[in-house]
Design a binder for this molecule. Structure first.
Ligand SMILES: [Zn+2]
Ligand SMILES: [Zn+2]
Length: 325
């Protein structure tokens, strides 16, 4: 399924099977998650995508062929491919363990072709061996919603106990299960009156669920925002205890309305989370089977990619949409 132009649906196209270079794997896609970032690309909110583009960056696939420099994987292995597709390992960010900020980075399903396809190529060094329980469609949401959510989580002060999550979709439902495993309290904030999302949050172990515009029942040590609404930042700040953190897990947000400095005072902070490092992925794939995280997945065929994107845009999903092949 190919993206050509903002404002137009993806188009089914028959293409040749891509040829991996010496450092790449050729994968037969088993499943590919549908992420909000895909919507931001298709809606023109992220600049300069590769065009035409095959979107998709939460891919579980079977290795069918490996380039001559590939050593870690062999045909038949099941691997995960995330958003971070390639980094230079030369720039000042790469050299200080911030490859998520690499100046030459390539991103799967954005500046490289992704997984809304039967076959794709991926750089070996950015692929993950999938734990057996996630070597299928259930593993796909871990590869972005899980990874970015866990990077957001790891930005939190260790002593944080009462944690708000704004926007209860794929990332939140994974992170809530991990939070409960780590004996933290999750307060879930959804769109006003979205009872289904609130019940979904409680099902996943949240201590409380309510409207995003309302007050938290306790002062929060941290608030992680996954919804792409900048107006949530001042709202979340007002719910923070002294020293509390607002952590923004999304790649795009609407503008942040002005707010008084007193809401930030007392060492509250606001921080964004950009992309992921391979270490974030390794850490998440270690912890997920211990919990064990159970992903809520709604399956679509590859040809139904536009329906999946529309359902995500319309807030009709509890959990994650995944294209299965
Ligand atoms: Zn770099
Ligand atoms: Zn994503």
């Amino acid at each position: 399924m190919v993206f050509h132009q903002v404002g137009h649906p993806l188009v089914p196209v028959t293409l040749d099977i891509p040829v991996p270079n010496a450092d790449q794997l050729l994968l037969k896609v088993i499943a590919c998650g549908v992420c909000r970032t895909d919507l931001h690309i298709i809606d023109g909110e992220l600049p300069h995508p590769k065009l035409p583009l095959i979107p998709g960056h939460e891919i579980v696939g079977t290795v069918v062929y490996v380039g001559e420099n590939v050593h870690a994987f062999k045909p038949g292995d099941i691997v995960g491919v995330p958003w971070l597709g390639y980094t230079c390992q030369q720039c000042r960010y790469c050299k200080r363990q911030q490859e998520n900020l690499c100046e030459q980075a390539l991103f799967t399903g954005y500046t490289m072709n992704g997984g809304y396809a039967e076959y794709m190529v991926a750089y070996e060094q950015y692929c993950f061996p999938m734990p057996a329980m996630y070597a299928n469609a259930a593993g796909a949401p871990l590869l972005c919603a899980g990874f970015i959510g866990f990077r957001s989580w790891n930005k939190m002060n260790e002593h944080a106990e009462n944690i708000g999550i704004y926007g209860f979709g794929a990332a939140a439902h994974i992170l809530t299960q991990i939070a409960v495993f780590k004996k933290k309290n999750i307060y879930a904030f959804t769109k006003r009156g979205d009872i289904l999302a609130q019940l979904f949050a409680l099902d996943n172990g949240a201590r409380w669920a309510g409207d995003a515009t309302g007050h938290a029942p306790v002062k929060l040590d941290a608030a992680i925002i996954f919804a792409p609404d900048g107006a949530l930042i001042p709202i979340a700040l007002r719910n923070l205890d002294k020293g509390g953190q607002v952590i923004c897990g999304g790649i795009h947000m609407s503008d942040i309305p002005p707010f008084p400095y007193s809401h930030l005072w007392e060492e509250r902070s606001i921080q964004s989370v950009a992309n992921l490092t391979r270490r974030d992925g390794e850490l998440l794939l270690q912890v997920a089977p211990q919990v064990p995280v159970r992903t809520a997945v709604r399956m679509y065929t590859l040809e139904e990619a536009n329906d999946a994107l529309n359902d995500l845009r319309g807030g009709k999903l509890n959990g994650a949409a995944v294209l299965t092949l």
